[in-house]
Design a protein around this ligand. Structure first.
Ligand code: HPA
Length: 246
């Protein structure tokens, strides 16, 4: 089965939750149907959307994905844009990230056995190409090469920070994809992430941050259409992505 890790604007904050007990804590998840296909859904901000980005138990969530024996894990994240090519409403597949977080438990290793994981390929290429083909076949535009800057949150960024993130190569800014992505890599999961641009970042467009809820839900529906169209392919084989330690 495919596991979706959902965030702001995706819904799934309420429902008939089950709980899975991991070494790092309990994780609530739904077993649910989207567009007639079954998924596990883990809302990363918890039931009722109460857990702040910097307080999310990322290690428990990624352990749960592994325990659920997911063929593929797809993170869905709302982001702001710090680049002219990425506009509110756009959908982008993440291919790299820049970590600007400060205080997160970001590895399964280091207590007794220190390991340094390679970040050559943080997101699964094969999963990304299936999602791109799916979007193309549905005529849905998707950016296929997007660099995500992860900030600590929960506050938004200053205009000066956003200028800096643009200057160092960032395309979009969010608060939750790190360390979700690197932990998934440590466990060898077939992990990818789709982001939905919901606003221009602070100071970027000359206006105050504005989020159009209708546009967000329209883009989220497109994301779920892309995923469900890709699901037969994603479910039909096991991808071997052993972590590479240096
Ligand atoms: N900054 C950080 N995280 C976000 C933003 C933003 O502008 N929009 C949605 N998540």
């Amino acid at each position: 089965m495919i596991t979706l890790i959902t965030g702001t604007g995706a819904g799934f904050d309420n429902g008939e939750f089950k709980s899975i007990n991991t070494k790092y804590g309990d994780v609530c998840y739904l077993e649910t149907t989207i567009n007639e296909q079954q998924y596990y859904v883990i809302p990363r901000h918890g039931i009722g959307h109460k857990i702040a980005p910097n307080k999310i138990n990322y290690r428990a969530i990624i352990s749960a994905c592994s325990m659920l024996e997911s063929n593929a894990v797809i993170g869905i994240c709302a982001v702001g844009s710090c680049h002219n090519d990425y506009k509110p409403g756009d959908i982008a597949l993440l291919t790299d990230f820049i970590d600007m977080t400060k205080s997160r438990e970001s590895t399964f290793y280091g207590d007794e056995d220190l390991r340094h994981i390679s970040m050559d390929d943080p997101y699964s290429d094969s999963l990304n190409s299936i999602l791109i083909n799916s979007a193309n076949s549905l005529n849905i535009n998707i950016h296929s090469d997007c660099i995500y800057v992860c900030t600590e949150g929960p506050r938004f960024e200053t205009a000066a920070e956003i200028k800096f993130y643009n200057a160092i190569g960032g395309n979009v800014v969010g608060m939750t994809n790190y360390p979700e992505v690197s932990l998934a890599r440590e466990l060898g999961l077939n992990y990818g992430a789709i982001s939905v641009v919901i606003n221009w970042c602070t100071g970027f467009s000359g206006e105050k941050i504005y989020i159009d809820e209708n546009s967000v839900s329209n883009s989220m529906s497109k994301v779920f259409a892309i995923i469900s169209n890709a699901t037969p392919k994603l479910s039909s084989f096991i991808v071997n992505r052993p972590p590479v330690f240096i």
